[in-house]
Design a protein around this ligand. Sequence first.
Ligand code: SAH
Length: 408
Amino acid sequence: MTDESVESASPAALVQVKLRPRKAQPFFGRHPWVRDSGIDKVLGKVQDGDAVELISDKDRFIAYGVINRNSHLRVRLYSWDQDAPLNDAFWRSRLERAIQMRRQLGMLREDSGCRIVYSEADGLSGLVVEYFAGHLVMQVTSLGMFKRLDQIVAILGDLLQPKSISLRGEAGILKLEGLEIEPRLVSGELPESPIEIVENDLRYEVDLSEGQKTGFYLDQRDNRRVAASYMPAGSKVLDVFCYSGGFALNAAKHANIAHVHGVDGSGPAISAAQRNAERNGLDNASFEKADCFDYLKARVDAGDQFDAIILDPPKFTKSRRTIDEALKAYFHINRHATKLLRPGGILVTCSCSGNVSREEFLMMMMGVSQKTGRDLRMLEQRGAAPDHPVSATCLESEYLKCFIASVG
Ligand code: SAH
């Protein structure tokens, strides 16, 4: 799969991509996405997925990147050092650096889960790699990374000796890249049954071949634990969009609550959540398959009350164009949840839509407070766990917001 001619080319032989006048500043500033509108011309013959050299209108070297004419991200940039072209040594050093940072954070533990590569935040646009108790799951979302798959797999194998490496795509993004990726095993062997990981002293099953996304939502690790610390003793908790029980089980184990009920639209997720509760010997958690919009409305209509509610919905928008609908959906579920909370109750409300900013989310919450007549006081404004860092030169890598509020 690896295109040898691309990888072994000396930097001097690379095709240059020239920017239009006054378009170079963001890229000298290390932003990795060059859109078509900034490009003047491609000075030579290229194939999609080839390494190229980005230059300014004055012919100054900016960075090495990979071109894909099917993508609106026409060139993704990886190296701003003219002496470090995109060869095997470069990819290896990037992967090593990403893994080393997680090790330094103490997050790469044999029995646990950890995101070891997070795309732009690790200088590897289009590649996500997660570690689950010795197994790796890769999510490839750019043609450039897909073309270098064999090379990346070999380096990861070398650096971590994983028991297996599986490949996943992300349907929406793949379409934008003109790519098709069938989920498959690319190296090693998969166990027959789901594997187990430990997070926050809780044991979870992770299905490496069937689970959603890469199998487990690692980004909420710390938020689950912190959210539990706010749950009042004896409280009745509702975990909405619970997947395999992440927030619910932290509340059930680490807080002195009476009961938590988790709701999700996915049957397999609910079964996994039930097995996870059993696996941890927790009998104060129950789970139910239901559409969460309908469920919240039905509880409001029935006049139910809870002491704490978690809302962790899926991404409501993949583009800025549909932001209004997304904000309406956030408003809808947050309004219902607010109504369901007794005075003094705790609302943990999340958004993983990168296109919705923190400010926009807070404005939406302002609307919820005004509409319900309930005072919302933000106790904590959190993001993703540190194995999902935010790049200072690609702020698009910040996507997860988690607010913990007291509802008056
Ligand atoms: N809180 C979870 C992650 C939630 S991910 C954790 O800590 O692991 C979002 C979840 O929303 C997914 O499990 C998906 O199945 C569920 N979902 C998406 N749309 C839904 C809907 N309309 N009703 C119920 N669940 C839905």
